[in-house]
Design a protein around this ligand. Sequence first.
Ligand code: NAP
Length: 452
Amino acid sequence: MSMQPFLDAILSGASGEDIAAIPIPESYRAAHVLRSEQEMWAGVESEDKDPRKSLHVGEVPTPEIAPDEVYIAVMASSINFNTVWTSIFEPLPTFLFLDRLGKESVWAKRHAQDFHAVGSDAAAVIIRVGSAVRNWKVGDRVTVHCNYVDDQDPSSHDDSMLGANQRIWGFESNYGGLADLAVVKANQLMPMPTHLTWEEAAVNALCASTSYRMLVGRHAAQMKQGDNVFVWGATGGIGAYAVQLVLNGGGTPVGVVSSENRVKLLQAMGCENVIDRRAEGYQFWADEHTQDEGEWRRLGKKVRSLIGDDPDIVFEHPGRSTMGASVFIAKRGGTVVTCAATSGYMLEFDNRHLWMKLKRIVSSHFANYQEAWNMNRLIDQGRIHPVMSAVYSLDQVGEAANVVHKNQAEGKLGVLCLAPEAGLGIQDPEKRERIGEDRITLFQRHARGELA
Ligand code: NAP
C-alpha cells in the first residue's frame, strides 16, 4: 500500500518531523467514479441505480498541493448522501462541477480529471502543509469540514456560504475524503475531538454542521430555548444531529421515523415525542399530481396531540413528498428550514397557509467555517455525540453507499480508510469515560440490538 509508511508512523506515534520526512507517494487508493461511466444509468430508475457498480476503489495520481492546502493521511471517513448522488450521477454527473472548477485557476485545473475521488468527511493526520499554511503543522490530528471557499472572493467574506463559487469538497471538487490521502484547504481543518475514535470523529462534520446552521446559526431558523421543532428523518444523518441540538438547546423535538426499530432509537436519544410515519400511513400525495390536505391536517393533529402546540420550526429535507405537509403544520409565524429534497426538488405547497399565517421558508446549505468549528467544539465538549451505527472498510464503500441510498441505515456509516481496525485514535480515554461510552456509542449499540 502506497500510504503504508505514513500509517506505520502514525500508529507508532512518530513525531511531525519524522512524518514530514516520509515521501508523498505518486498515487494513492481512493473511492472514485469514472467519467467514462457517467452515462451508465441512462434509462434506469433512481432506486435501481446501484452505487456498488459505479463506485470504484483503486489508485489515483496524487496532485500537487497549493500553498494554502495540506495533504492529510485519512484514517477514516463517512458516507454522505452526496456520495450517493455522485455514484448515481444525479441530478447531474459531478464531472460537470469538476470541469467548471478546472477553469478557475492554474491550481483549480488539477480537479478536472477523468476520475472523481469522492467523500466529504475525514478524521486524519496532516502529513504536509503548503507554504502559506500558518495555523496547522504536520502531525496534527484533525477533522475536516467540507466548505470549499475561495478566500480571495469578496462575496465569501460576510458568510462564506454566500461565496459566488462556494463548493462542497469531495462532491464539487476532487481529491475527497473516501481515500487514504486527501487534499484540503487549511481553512477546512478543525481539531479532532480528543475522546473519539478515528471513525467516530469522521462521521460528524458534514451532517452535524448542516444541522447546526439550519437550527442554531444566525443564518437560518435561529432556534430559541423552548421552541418545538419537528424533525423529519429524525434518526437519519442530519436528523439525528438536529434532535440532539434541539435537546441540547432547551427545545422540544418531535421526531419522525419510519419503523418501530427507529422509534426505539429515538426514544433512547431522549426524544419523547415520536411519530412512526409508516405505522400512521400518511399519504400526502393522493396521486402524482394531487396532494391530500386531509393528510396534512391529520399530521398536524398528531403533533398537537403530542406537544399541545404547532411546531415553531420544521426541519425539512425529504422535499417533494413532505413539503406541503411541512408548510401546513408549521406554527403561525413559524419557520420551515430546508436544506435538501431527497424525494424530488420540484416542491408544491399551498401558499395560502404560508402567507395568511405569516410563516417563512428559510433555505440553508452546509455551514461556514465558524459554524462548523462551533459544531466541532460541541462534539469535543461531549454535548453532541456521533451517530455512527456501523463501520465499513474503504473497499466496501459501494456497499455502504447503497445502504444509505436504500434508506437502510440509521445515523451515519463510518468508513475505515488507513485505520486498520475500528476503535483506534482515542487521545483522552479519561474524558471518554467522563462523557460516557454509552452515549458515544448509542447508535452502534442499537444497530447491534443491545438497547433494552
Ligand atoms: P439519511 O441518513 O439517508 O437520512 C434521511 C432520512 O430522511 C431517512 O432516515 C428517512 O427517515 C427520511 N426520509 C427519506 N425519505 C423520506 C420521505 N420521502 N419522507 C419522509 N422522510 C423521508 O440522509 P441525510 O444524510 O440525513 O441527508 C438527508 C438529505 O439532506 C439528503 O438529500 C442529503 O443530500 C441532504 N443534505 C444536504 C446538506 C446540505 O448541506 N444542503 C447536508 C447534508 C445532507 P425515516 O424513513 O426513518 O422517516
